[in-house]
Design a protein. Structure first.
Length: 374
């Protein structure tokens, strides 16, 4: 069963471009630990809604009129959720929850239709439908409670929702559906493109809001280089390799759930956090970066590399010392760049990521020669 992303799914993705932008903008406005936690929790909810529809669409007939109708309705509701997302922890969470919950239940409706057609297991769907209902209920209660109670309840809601396929119904998940591998791998690759694109927009927006100087241009160029290098890391070889590994997996549903639905969240969160740091660096390119901005810049790269290495490991690759070295370098840069201008910090981070990409590319190119001489 092979297929590719349909035009309606590409249209559906556009509202998630907006939602991800809302998350990074919300985080940028208040670089504190509570704000970062709230923003990342909202990102986790947005990601899970998008990922859930990938699975449902993967099981549904791509020519289905119902799939098209549901995606269009869900698109409108997800847009409303994105509009209200910045106010979700400021006492105005009701509309966000109503719109978001509607999207999640529409996803279950597509799955029910797919099971009726024999393309998905109804027992598996019923298993995680229960955790979806519990999660949405906790979101609603949290919206009504507000404050610290809202944070706790929403955290619990996300944990339960994520735990549905991962643990409570894992054995049933194995028989959920037959995975259309090309479609599945392509969809997750496209989301990486979405968040990398959001990073580019953040750099450009920050640059156009300030006077053009040599330091601003340098910071912008270095930040764009970081984003391009992260694209190279994923798409040079890994994306095609991962698709082939998924095609060969003994348990493709479990491999897809672990490697793509769960571990890709680390890559996505890494790029979103990086975008916040890049925006701050470009905005104050000639000045030293405060610790929160340096953390976003370096920790965003580190989190992306952690997710990248874990993703490959789940599909059968060995953990890489090159990735570990890059993560360690990002930690060092946070500590030693306190008094450097922002553009210089961006340059050092860019050099580190370029070195990682170059080392991995040279290592991959040399490996066949070593094997021939072994």
């Amino acid at each position: 069963m092979e297929r590719r992303t349909s035009p309606i799914e590409l249209l559906w993705d556009l509202v998630f471009v907006f939602a991800v932008t809302q998350v990074s903008t919300t985080m940028s406005r208040d670089l504190t630990w509570p704000s970062a936690g709230h923003s990342l929790l909202l990102l986790a909810l947005v990601w899970w809604a998008w990922s859930a529809f990938v699975w449902a669409a993967n099981a549904e007939d791509e020519r289905s009129r119902l799939l098209r109708l549901v995606l269009l309705v869900a698109l409108v509701m997800m847009f409303l959720a994105g509009v209200t997302l910045p106010a979700a922890f400021r006492g105005e969470a009701g509309i966000f929850v109503a719109a978001y919950a509607t999207v999640r239940f529409l996803h279950l409706g597509i799955y029910a239709d797919a099971s009726r057609r024999g393309n998905a297991s109804l027992s598996a769907i019923a298993g995680f439908a229960a955790t979806v209902a519990i999660g949405m209920g906790l979101l609603a209660v949290g919206a009504a409670v507000g404050g610290a109670g809202q944070v706790a309840l929403w955290g619990a809601a996300a944990a339960i929702d994520y735990a549905g396929p991962a643990w409570l119904t894992r054995e049933r998940l194995r028989g959920l559906q037959r995975v259309a591998v090309s479609h599945f791998a392509e969809r997750y690759g496209l989301f990486i493109i979405i968040v990398l694109g959001e990073s580019v927009v953040s750099i450009g927006t920050a640059a156009t809001q300030h006077e053009i100087t040599a330091s601003l241009l340098a910071a912008s160029a270095f930040c764009l280089t970081i984003t391009v290098a992260l694209w190279w890391l994923y798409f040079d070889r890994t994306a095609a390799w991962a698709e082939q590994r998924l095609r060969e997996a003994d348990d493709p549903v479990l491999a897809a759930a672990d490697a793509f639905s769960y571990l890709h969240l680390l890559l996505v969160a890494g790029v979103v956090v990086l975008a916040v740091g890049e925006k701050a660096a470009v905005a104050s390119s000639a000045q030293s970066l405060p610790l929160p901005a340096r953390l976003c810049l370096c920790a965003g790269v580190a989190l992306y590399v952690v997710g990248y290495d874990a993703f490959k490991w789940r599909l059968g690759a060995q953990p890489s010392w090159l990735d570990a070295a890059a993560i360690g370098l990002m930690a060092v840069l946070v500590a030693v760049t306190e008094h450097l201008a922002a553009w210089a910090v961006c340059g050092l981070v860019a050099a580190g990521v370029i070195a990682l990409c170059s080392a991995r590319t040279l290592s991959a190119a040399a490996r066949p020669r070593r094997e021939r001489t072994a």
